[in-house]
Design a protein around this ligand. Sequence first.
Ligand SMILES: [Zn+2]
Length: 328
Amino acid sequence: MTKSVNSVLGPVSPENFGVTLMHEHLVFGYPGWQYDSAAPSYDREKAAEACCAMIGEAMTYGLKTVVDATPNDGQRDPELYKIVAEKTGINIICSTGLYTEEEGAPAYFKFRRMLTGGSPAITNEVYETFMKDITQGIGDTGVKAGVIKVATSRGEITQYEGMVLEAAVMAHKETGVPIITHTEGGTMGPQQADFLLGQGADPNRLMIGHMCGNTDINYSIEVLKKGVYASYDRFGLDLFMPDVKRQETVIGLIKQGFEKQLMLSHDFICFWLGRELPLSEPIIPLVANWNLTNIFKNIIPALKKANITDDQIKTLMVENPKRLFSAT
Ligand SMILES: [Zn+2]
């Protein structure tokens, strides 16, 4: 039996996902971009052009589905998602969720929480936010979120983040929508999984993200032994960790039999909000492969060279995302 999943154009069956990138962004802006008065204002048409060009190119390699992992405080644009899905024919699944305390926009719920002395009523408000996005749609766009995105900090799960994780599990249990995560700097993967599982999250519908931020294979194994999915989803961001190291970890894990729990993606951003990125000379080569085709052009061939089979690659790119979204 398969469930239907909220795509930005309405329900789709995970059977039709095909090749899937589990963590990308069509548009993203760090909170604060709105207050850069001298920055160009948001041009949806220009954003759509950039997204369609990038996604269109990745589709020539067989890409069929993209999960947009942008949380509410990264500035989602459901109207843009609809345009891009219609123009390219790609399935887009978008998120509801909140980012880390450091890089998200925590002040609103943190203040409310403080006023109530940490009352569960505010956890409930966060839960209501997620439920609204999943069951009724984001704003008045009619676009429903198909996944919940949560995040934790480097070396800790802050109180605020814990509240968000708790609310996410409440909405996840009620709706069956999968949870995908951000971990910071290759830390807290096991603790984050424990926290979510401890609240009652279903390991079959939980994907711990940015696992390639840590190249100690035992860190990955500790997470995978909990039965959850792990996502190696910053390929191309040599700025944080060279791809060679990311792929070594993935190869090692496949050789140890974990292929049914692994997924690959880039965490690429097709269109940045605010001013253009001020990439300095030394940074440019470190993001040269950061785009939606890197996995198809460079990483899959490297895996094949290491004797990873076509079947195993299909498991990572097609079967695992399908299973995450079909679990009941
Ligand atoms: Zn991301």
